[in-house]
Write a protein that binds this ligand. Structure first.
Ligand SMILES: NC(=O)C1=CN([C@@H]2O[C@H](COP(=O)(O)OP(=O)(O)OC[C@H]3O[C@@H](n4cnc5c(N)ncnc54)[C@H](OP(=O)(O)O)[C@@H]3O)[C@@H](O)[C@H]2O)C=CC1
Ligand SMILES: O=C(CO)COP(=O)(O)O
Length: 326
């Protein structure tokens, strides 16, 4: 028996829809909230979400645009884009009058404030118990019940463990942790690094370059993580190295796909959320504030902002002074 019988997922996108399926598979009573009433009604009747085509939503999942209805759940999963998470939690705040786990499922760092998702939750909803869920998990794979493992971190280890029990199943295996910041850094940075690797592949630099760039990207992710107090086992775990490996190796990743298109000189896929595009500028601001070098992320930010061409950025990385590996 779980302490959390009912789950509400806020944000009926690809990831929110997949997470609703996860919670239903785990035996929870599930409500999926969409901000748009028409979108909610269409999903409720068709059981199909255009943001996750080909996946039939389980009949027992309630789909609504009524926030008060969703907010009644024992635990809330926030699956909006990272830059919109504050807005969503602000809307929920008046409904959260007692301690309720609010799990950030978005991967990013807030523009302007440089805040990570759980800090945004804490600010926007003081009664919330913030947690973060992140790891190598494509929504389509998860929704189809393919085996997936992620990290779920909360400040309190017992709470993290209870949340794992509430959501876990043989095909969705969350590992609990108390290293909230370490989990958040991995999920945010990997999206930026995936754009870089996608560019390299789009430029046909070869599999060796793809491996080198992924590895050196992990080195800078680790540098920032250590500076912000992340644990080694988190950075080398599912939410760090695990998600980086996944996202840097497959065009199924929208961030990798964005980089691939840029590298090929093509238009990026339309209407697809690539969080790394939004995270890049704030990630390098954060790194600079910690005096941490993140050359790969810097290159991505300069390409995306138009400050540098792809060829100049690649040349800049390849002509960096030789140094000891760390
Ligand atoms: N897709 C994936 O494989 C995975 C995604 N994630 C993370 O999940 C987060 C969401 O991504 P994903 O679901 O893929 O993105 P999608 O683009 O598929 O969906 C985003 C959802 O957020 C909603 N939304 C947008 N703006 C707001 C807002 N201001 N307030 C409330 N809801 C809003 C959208 O509503 P509307 O439809 O009305 O526009 C949409 O339902 C990202 O941070 C991503 O990194 C994590 C793991 C896997
Ligand atoms: O976070 C994800 C996989 O873990 C989804 O990756 P993209 O956002 O790059 O599609």
């Amino acid at each position: 028996m779980t302490a959390f019988q009912s789950v509400a997922v806020i944000g009926a996108g690809a990831w929110g829809t997949a997470l609703a399926t996860v919670a239903a598979r785990a035996g929870r009573e599930v409500t999926l909230w969409a901000r748009n009433a028409e979108h909610a009604a269409r999903i409720a009747s068709s059981r199909d979400n255009p943001r996750l085509p080909g996946v039939q939503l389980a009949p027992e999942i309630v789909v609504t645009s009524e926030l008060a209805l969703a907010a009644r759940a024992d635990m809330l999963l926030i699956a909006t884009p990272a830059q919109h998470l504050r807005g969503a939690v602000n809307m929920l705040a008046s409904h959260i009058t007692k301690p309720v786990p609010v799990i950030a499922c978005a991967k990013g760092i807030e523009h302007g404030t440089h805040k990570f998702m759980t800090d945004v939750i804490a600010e926007a909803a003081p009664h919330a118990q913030p947690a973060i869920l992140s790891g190598p998990s494509f929504a389509d794979d998860v929704a189809r019940g393919q085996p997936t493992a992620v990290t779920l971190a909360a400040k309190d280890d017992a709470l993290a463990s209870q949340l794992v029990q509430a959501l876990g199943s043989p095909t969705f295996r969350p590992y609990h942790s108390t290293d909230i910041r370490g989990v958040e850094i991995g999920g945010a940075a990997k999206n930026v690094l995936a754009i870089a690797v996608g560019i390299a592949v789009g430029r046909k630099l070869g599999a060796s370059a793809q491996a080198a760039l992924t590895t050196r990207g992990f080195a800078e992710l680790t540098r920032l993580g250590r500076a912000l107090g992340a644990r080694g086992e988190t950075l080398t775990g599912l939410s760090g190295l695990g998600d980086l490996i996944l996202t840097c190796a497959s065009p199924q990743s929208r961030n990798f796909a964005l980089g691939l298109a840029l590298g090929r000189g093509e238009q990026p896929p339309a209407g697809k959320l690539a969080e790394g595009e939004f995270t890049a500028p704030v990630l390098i601001e954060l790194a600079a504030s910690q005096s941490i070098e993140m050359p790969v992320s810097e290159a991505v930010a300069s390409i995306l902002s138009g400050r540098s061409t792809i060829d100049a950025a690649i040349s800049g990385l390849l002509t960096r002074p030789f140094k000891a590996e760390e």
